[in-house]
Design a protein. Structure first.
Length: 159
């Protein structure tokens, strides 16, 4: 009986010693999906083509439409903005500039520009968002030189 009691006591001591030496900690595993937005192409051209005039050479004005696509991380609400173009004429005034060095001084044609995304939030890279553009030129180019007029507007998407 003394041997059995000693064996039970030894098992109890080992059990208590094992639990007295054990320690635990929590391992927190995490990751972050960063909200981002990317255009699907590096540039897009919005081309008015040849601006129309009537029989007397008076400007008739014109519009141009186009689109590009981009994506944003799913659920991201984004902000679209632009830099006003290379030839800003003041707040909200865009201007195309004559490109030929023979037109001196340079001439400018003002235009309006609007852009509208087809969705207000990102749906991920496999569901691109279309950004529709619309631009209009008024009756301002009647006395301008024959040339190609151009502007570059940088669009920025911020998640």
């Amino acid at each position: 009986m003394k041997k059995v009691l000693m064996a039970v006591f030894a098992v109890a001591v080992v059990a208590m010693a094992g639990s007295a030496m054990a320690a635990t900690t929590d391992l927190v595993v995490r990751a972050e999906v960063k909200g981002t937005c990317k255009f699907n192409s590096a540039s897009t051209t919005l081309d008015f083509g040849e601006l129309p005039v009537d029989a007397s050479g008076t400007a008739l004005g014109d519009t141009a439409i186009g689109s590009t696509t981009f994506w944003c991380t799913k659920g991201v609400v984004f902000l679209l903005d632009d830099n006003g173009g290379q030839n800003p004429g003041g707040p909200g005034v865009y201007q195309m500039k004559s490109t030929s060095p023979t037109v001196a001084p340079a001439e400018f044609i003002s235009y309006t520009l609007t852009y509208t995304p087809t969705s207000p939030t990102g749906q991920g890279p496999t569901n691109p968002i279309t950004l529709n553009f619309s631009a209009a030129v008024g009756l301002t180019y009647t006395n301008h030189s024959a040339d190609i007029y151009s502007d570059t507007v940088v669009l920025t998407i911020t998640p």
